[in-house]
Design a protein around this ligand. Structure first.
Ligand SMILES: NC(=O)c1ccc[n+]([C@@H]2O[C@H](COP(=O)([O-])OP(=O)(O)OC[C@H]3O[C@@H](n4cnc5c(N)ncnc54)[C@H](OP(=O)(O)O)[C@@H]3O)[C@@H](O)[C@H]2O)c1
Length: 198
């Protein structure tokens, strides 16, 4: 049986990833910061298998995707017990419309997210491609579109890699949140890189 999937953030990136999951037979619980009733149109657009829930309910799924503004991650610290949860961090630490980033000192943005969600098994993924590129068919010619992953927990990374394969993309493991996370995060060298793995 496929793992259940909860998405926190129902904007460009949340809806795009939800569409890939639904196309591949997953069920998706998706949330925004308001009452789930405000997502009626989004659910109609996504179709069968999508349900609107609160962020707390989305966080109960087997795999939880963070698809909300980075500065709002601090608001979801207490919506569930994050201990041991597999959490995909698709956020980028932009803090203004003109793409300024938060000053994180030596930390990568996902290490900061890790501190905000104690015990979560964070895998950084789905953050590097513009949502309109991410929305395209991941199979191009003889290859699959690459999605980078970084994280400390090998089992969580294996689960996310399997998921990425399952929806037609090619996972490429960059290592830890400290090293790989920095390569793939906002202002890193891999941001917006659209690669096809042959
Ligand atoms: N857009 C891209 O191409 C792209 C690509 C890669 C990564 N990202 C990253 O993905 C994240 C989302 O970007 P986006 O472009 O999808 O943003 P967006 O279109 O503005 O959507 C943000 C969503 O997050 C929800 N949200 C905000 N605070 C929340 C909370 N406390 N609990 C639950 N939901 C909350 C918003 O709901 P409300 O309407 O209720 O506020 C909205 O549905 C950002 O961190 C961004 O850097 C974006």
């Amino acid at each position: 049986m496929k793992k259940s999937f909860g998405i926190i953030g129902a904007g460009n990136i949340g809806k795009t990833i939800a569409a890939h999951l639904l196309k591949n037979g997953y069920t998706v619980k998706i949330s925004n910061s308001k009452d789930p009733g405000t997502l009626k149109e989004t659910i109609e657009l996504l179709g069968n298998g999508a349900t609107a829930v609160t962020a707390g309910e989305a966080a109960e799924a087997d795999i939880v995707l963070l698809a909300l503004p980075w500065k709002n991650v601090k608001n979801i610290t207490s919506i569930t017990n994050w201990n041991n949860k597999i959490v995909i961090d698709a956020t980028n630490h932009f803090i203004s419309p003109d793409m300024q980033v938060a000053d994180l000192g030596d930390s990568s943005s996902s290490e900061v997210v890790q501190d905000l969600l104690p015990g979560a098994r964070i895998v950084k993924a789905f953050n590097t491609l513009f949502f309109k590129i991410l929305a395209l068919n991941p199979v191009e010619g003889n290859g699959d579109r690459v999605l980078f992953i970084s994280g400390e927990d090998p089992e969580a990374k294996a689960v996310v890699s399997e998921l990425i394969n399952d929806i037609g993309f090619a996972p490429v493991d960059l290592g830890s949140l400290a090293k790989g996370g920095k390569l793939q995060q906002a202002k890193g060298p891999l941001l917006l890189l659209n690669l096809i793995k042959l």
